[in-house]
Design a protein around this ligand. Sequence first.
Ligand code: BYC
Ligand code: FE
Ligand code: FE
Length: 473
Amino acid sequence: MSIPSVDLNAKIPNNVGLADDPKVRRALEHWQPKYLEWWRDMGPSDFAEDQVYLRTAISVDTDGWAHYDHVKMPDYRWGIFLTPRDREMLIHVGDETGKPAWEEVPGEHRNALRRIVVTQADTEPASVEQQRLLGHLAPSLYDMRSLFQVNVEEGRHLWAMVYLLHKYFGRDGRDEADELLQRRSGDPDKPRILGAFNQPCDHWLSFFAFTMFTDRDGKYQLAALRESAFDPLARSCDFMLTEEAFHLFVGETGLERIIKRSAELERLDPNGDIRNQGGIDFETIQRAINYWFTYCLDLFGGEISSNAANYFGAGLKGRFKEAQRYTDHRVIEDHYRLTVVEEGALKEVDIPLRNAMNEVLRDDYIKDCERALRKWNRLLEAMGSSTRLTLPSRRFHRHQGLYAAHAFNPAGDLVSADEFERRRDEWLLSPADNEYLRSIMVRVREPGKFANWIAPPAKGIGGQDLDFAYVRA
Ligand code: BYC
Ligand code: FE
Ligand code: FE
């Protein structure tokens, strides 16, 4: 199997041999200016001329693929990178387990695969749109650079999926690629496909909750797709996961730094009143967790899903670490125990495991989130705060799946729709919270300085100190 090397000097940097594929290269070079126009209109507002200390992919080796330099975001080298394979891959999910993986899209799975690729692709520009104005409220140059790094990499993830659409899905793939630049997050007429990607993310508590919880859905969905029988998709997602790690780092440490600062301010204030000190009180942090975590639970789809069963059976998606963690990759007999609502009460039923694959992935996701919560609570304990943060029940505040038809409190008990509405602002980030949060978030431009509501990180990034000029006007 020959592996094309990384071509960094091409108009579109790539390791997919675009130079020898004139038809796809021309189609992508035609899409490129439309992408740049979208970036100009919908990417980070007003910072196009700033020099940002960004890392760029320059190889696909596991170590040392990243190169750090000050660049203007519109000059970022968005490229197409797939993890190379040194051997023939075999399908290791579903009914075709053991057969050679597909290098082309099989006709019978074309629609399903296109739908998966388009759904994945759609989230990438959506997140950039949601975060468009956050640069103006950045708590430090370090954080501003993190935001922009995440943004350019989400742009690159769009490139990764658009390559697959152009290369493997012909005319409709090209049409889909164009439509990806036309939908807009939150637009009532042409919204993004998935719910969480139409929610406003207009201050940094939401940004960190988004990169903690929503990018983490990205991690689990990409991990499921890297098990795919469609090898080019598996290899794209594998490389995207290397970039995703930074997004998750931004979210998890960002929330941790807010929690740390809030615990300090709680101690400083004679009445333990964090808002009185200009910080973010723990109730608001909890409401942000409740809000974003539950929208992200929706991203895994329905608990009982024939789509999920078909995807698994056909080998289009696997489970988290399918190859390493499981021995039975066909899953024909097994069942999953699920809590459902029947006649106004919670009840457990067994459903075929294949139909529960969305729930299986959601379980792994929830465990990962629980790990982070435990870490934050240890920090709170060490700092002498009596607060403990929690994840709400998976039934609370849902818009997709079985639980969406009922109202639950954060503990997961059924409540009346009236009670839910009455207590909504106690449980979920409210317009008043958002207004307060935006009021305390004033951009900090001086290198090494941080806003009052967040603690500095433990160290700088890209080999630089905390007081480095990560963004230069
Ligand atoms: N909002 O059988 P069901 C990321 C629809 S994030 C709106 O329950 P299925 C990133 C569904 O489409 C990762 N609609 O669900 C993060 C279906 O519609 P139709 C993104 C929803 O199909 C941060 C109907 O409800 N990747 O990368 O088993 C920054 C019933 O469907 C939602 C992927 O999502 C929702 N939340 O599973 C940047 C991977 N949920 O057919 C990037 C690809 C469901 O009735 N996508 N629906 O019209 C998939 O694998 C699947 O489409 C889903 C849904 C897991 C999303
Ligand atoms: Fe992404
Ligand atoms: Fe991401």
